[in-house]
Design a binder for this molecule. Structure first.
Ligand code: MLT
Length: 403
């Protein structure tokens, strides 16, 4: 067991009339786990030694399964963001006997002094808490614009930058990163997702775009082919607005150029409230059924599980940040029509419910020189649902690019 893992037993007085661990007790178990962890590490007085106190500013808890008296729960805690005066901690509770996930929680703290003013987070807090799991092979950490981002990199040749959708992470591109040869595949986790930092604030299409440009700088890549899926496409448009000279070609997958309508903007705010109140699980429940074509949902249960795990793992701050970034994004139709001469490929799943074929056709109408390919039998997640078909389209397009 690592220093950030604590086992706690559920007692009868913490349970409701039917024996389930009740909500108030859960909150206090999460809290006990945090203090225990500090007691075993830098000491429970790590804050007061520096005249600081961690005040909870936001809490989101997802309850996945009941727990009963006598259950021993393993609490794991990780810092997902360490700012100057605030930090975010993600905790999970699993029952030891069957490894069942019982609850996940996210707490945002701000350190305050005696008069309630924000004060710096003691550095020992960050040093002690191994903030994230070791990076998987091929994944590097790059610090840009004040956040640490996880970036998967493979191969050499023309740089191809894969930008994931919402609320997903770089692993949605696994089949492309593994399967496309003859190019340098770069697949980052955008801030707020995957293994990247998830600050509380500071999200916008321009921030994502500038993070990506800074990743290219760090890798000494002058020019890349952008491949954006859905929200990744919105980011690609903003990247072109700000860094057009660095774009060699554009691949837009299951995305659209239009901005949100007033109703869609309102729906973004409602989703943000849902995420704040009920966590990533509620967003997952709402979105998952729309992501893949119905027949694939039945035929590929492993794909549904992969997407579900990816979405449930998304930090609330990343979800809320992405929702505000999407809500406020500009319409890119005119930008697209000004891209004459830019090699552009548009791909859309035949059954995409979120950004349907009509959206892809509208992009093609804005930029007639673009190629449009419809992937039969795929929904919104065509690169995951039909990886061979999408890889063949990408490989063919990349092969034809001028050197
Ligand atoms: C995505 O898949 O990235 C989002 O669903 C796009 C959106 O909500 O507009």
């Amino acid at each position: 067991m690592s220093a950030t893992e604590i086992d706690l037993t559920v007692y009868p007085d913490e349970c409701d009339a039917f024996g389930h661990l009740n909500q108030a007790s859960f909150l206090s178990l999460f809290e006990r786990a945090r203090w225990e962890m500090l007691a075993r590490g830098p000491g429970m007085d790590v804050f007061t030694r520096q005249g600081a106190w961690p005040a909870v500013r936001r809490t989101a808890i997802d309850y996945h399964a009941p727990a009963f008296p006598g259950d021993v729960l393993r609490f794991q805690q990780a810092l997902t963001h360490h700012g100057r005066t605030s930090f975010t901690m993600r905790q999970t509770a699993r029952r030891i006997t069957d490894d069942r996930l019982i609850a996940t929680a996210e707490f945002v703290f701000v350190c305050i002094d005696r008069s309630g003013r924000p004060t710096p987070v003691p550095s020992e807090v960050g040093t002690f808490m191994v903030t994230r799991p070791a990076e998987p092979p091929g994944v590097q950490r790059i610090t840009v614009n004040g956040v640490s981002l996880a970036v998967e990199m493979r191969g050499s040749g023309t740089a191809v930058l894969f930008i994931h959708g919402y609320p997903l992470d770089r692993t949605m591109w696994a089949a492309q990163v593994a399967g496309l040869d003859n190019c340098r595949r770069i697949a980052p986790d955008l801030r707020g997702f995957g293994l990247s930092d998830a600050p509380d604030l500071g999200y916008g299409m321009h921030t994502y775009a500038d993070d990506l440009a800074a990743i290219l700088d760090a890798q000494q890549v002058d020019e890349a082919v952008l491949v954006g899926l859905s929200m990744g496409g919105y980011v690609a448009f903003e990247f072109i607005r700000r860094h057009r000279e660095r774009v060699k070609a554009l691949i837009l997958i299951d995305t659209r150029a239009e901005a949100d309508t007033p109703e869609q903007r309102k729906a973004r705010d409602q989703s943000a409230s849902l995420a704040r109140e009920h966590g990533a699980a509620a967003i997952t429940e709402k979105m998952l059924p729309k992501l893949i074509a119905p027949q694939n949902g039945k035929a590929m249960p492993h794909l549904v599980e992969r997407l579900k795990a990816m979405m449930q793992a998304a930090p609330v701050s990343g979800i809320v940040g992405a929702l505000s970034a999407m809500r406020d994004r500009l319409d890119s139709t005119l930008l697209l029509s000004a891209l004459e001469g830019m090699p552009t490929l548009i791909i859309v799943g035949e059954h995409d419910e979120i950004t349907p074929v009509a959206s892809a056709e509208a992009m093609k109408a804005a930029l007639p020189s673009a190629e449009l390919k419809v992937v039969p039998g795929a929904g919104h997640m065509s690169p995951m649902e039909k990886p061979e078909a999408v890889n063949a389209l990408l490989a063919d397009f990349l092969k034809r690019l001028p050197g």
